[in-house]
Design a protein around this ligand. Structure first.
Ligand code: PHE
Length: 468
């Protein structure tokens, strides 16, 4: 018997879930360190450009395709054209691979909440060593990762409205409040101005081609685009919701959290004379040092911050898991629970490998990098941007314009004044733009064999598309 498709219980629930997916490690962990590594303000301006020009339009398209077909990524493509199944499968694969390292970092955030009270901050100079020793140790990070993953499993197994939606509704407001508290604290530190000008006064001399790819990749990652996540979330949406409006809200929430995270960190960082280009360790090494300098209340603020990081990560990895689960439910007719438990066991194994690649197994490499970097580079630098480009080509060139208009105006009952603009961006601008940025960027990936492997996966999927 056909089961009725699960649905979001309310508009606010959908928005919180979609924003929960978007707002994640990408905003609080990645955005600040990418900004620091790419010279500050100029990166932010280019990033915002990518969000407005590419991100907004793609998100509208993903919601539209999902709601129209009422199916998750693969099924949605398949409904229109079997030859395109591969684009959906590529998305599911991206979600699966991101879940090969994301919960590892999620586990670090959990550990840091506890560690905030148990000696992380006592000797500021030692924080870097504590972090290095922790992520490199063979057992502890894996245990925290498993705890983290278990929370995800619990939420996703409960289903769309009783699990994912409820978690978003409760957690997202808490995240905002915690981040605001830390931001205000950071801004009141004497000497905070230097950090603000680093963030908001662009220095164009530091911009290279790589800056553009980094910004584009980050826009996709941060907005959860290019892998069918928003198609899947759109498929649980009822026909009354206004897609363009909701997209604008979700994108604004995501962007504001990224900027807030920047404002929470950089002023304090500069005030204490620390290094902005610290890389992926920025949040886990530099930020605790800021809290350590605050004295007695430091541990409390530190815990606030890492709870916020944990929440942000959680509502995102839930969506990544859901993409895989929804695929198995829609396409393989699997039960939600079975699909959730099954996929997460495999993800746990991938994550354990990722975690070990930072320490005990650092000598073991695939295509020149450890497992952690392998999953990260493959998805961020290759799969997401290509996935987004495929979606734009599919929507712009293979779907009927009238159908899209019908979907975006809810059957003509509301107006979407920018429809033509949106359509032309999707059809012409995005394919060309991503085509250029992705080609230049992908060709510049240092690990040539990894780059070839990534492209090969896409080609093989495309060849066997009809069988997928
Ligand atoms: N958007 C999430 C973040 O910023 C990551 C993510 C990517 C989630 C793709 C779902 C899909 O952390």
């Amino acid at each position: 018997m056909e089961q009725k498709r699960e649905n979001w219980g309310s508009r606010i629930g959908f928005i919180m879930a979609a924003a929960g997916s978007a707002v994640g490690l990408g905003n609080i962990w990645r955005f600040p360190y990418l900004t620091g590594m790419n010279g500050g303000g100029a990166f932010i301006v280019i990033y915002l450009g990518c969000v407005v020009l590419v991100g907004l339009s793609i998100m509208i398209a993903e919601f539209a395709v999902g709601r129209r077909t009422q199916l998750a990524a693969v099924g949605a493509y398949k409904t229109y054209n079997k030859k395109w199944s591969f684009a959906g499968v590529l998305g599911v694969l991206s979600g699966f691979f991101i879940m090969g390292f994301y919960p590892v970092v999620g586990g670090w955030s959990l550990y840091y909440i506890v560690k905030s009270f148990t000696g992380l901050l006592t000797v500021p100079e030692a924080i870097g060593d504590i972090f290095g020793a922790f992520i490199g140790s063979p057992v502890q990070p894996i245990i925290w990762m498993l705890i983290y993953l278990a929370v995800n499993v619990f939420i996703v197994a409960r289903g769309v409205s009783a699990g994912i939606e409820l978690a978003g509704k409760i957690l997202m407001p808490i995240l905002y409040v915690l981040l605001l508290i830390v931001t205000i604290k950071g801004l009141t530190i004497p000497g905070a101005g230097a950090g603000l000008s680093y963030l908001f006064v662009p220095d164009w001399s530091v911009v290279t081609g790589g800056t553009f790819l980094a910004a584009l990749g980050q826009a996709f990652f941060s907005l959860s685009l290019g892998m069918g996540c928003m198609i899947t979330y759109g498929s649980y949406l009822n026909k009354e919701e206004k897609l363009p409006n909701n997209t604008l809200i979700v994108v604004s929430m995501d962007t504001s959290v990224a900027l807030l995270a920047g404002v929470a960190m950089f002023p304090a960082l500069f005030a204490f004379g620390m290094e902005p280009a610290a890389g992926p360790g920025l949040v886990f090494v530099v930020v605790p040092q800021i809290f350590a300098q605050m004295g007695g209340i430091g541990p409390l603020f530190s815990a606030f911050f890492f709870v916020a990081l944990f929440i942000a990560a959680l509502t995102s990895s839930v969506s990544l898991l859901e993409v895989c689960v929804a695929y198995l439910m829609d396409e393989k007719k699997m039960d939600r629970r079975v699909a959730t438990y099954g996929t997460s066991v495999v993800m746990a194994v991938l994550c354990a490998l990722s975690s070990l690649s930072l320490g005990a197994m650092s000598g073991v490499t695939i295509f020149g990098v450890g497992a952690f970097d392998f999953f990260d580079i493959l998805t961020d630098k290759i799969f997401l941007a290509i996935g987004g480009m495929l979606l734009a080509i599919f929507v712009g060139w293979f779907l009927k314009k009238e159908d899209l208009k019908d979907e975006l105006t809810n059957g003509g009952t509301l107006s979407f004044g920018l429809f033509e603009v949106w359509y032309n961006i999707i059809k012409y601008v995005i394919p060309v733009l991503i085509g250029i940025v992705a080609t230049v960027g992908i060709l510049s990936i240092e690990q040539t064999s990894l780059m070839i492997f990534g492209i090969l996966i896409i080609v093989v999927l495309a060849i066997f598309s009809k069988k997928l």
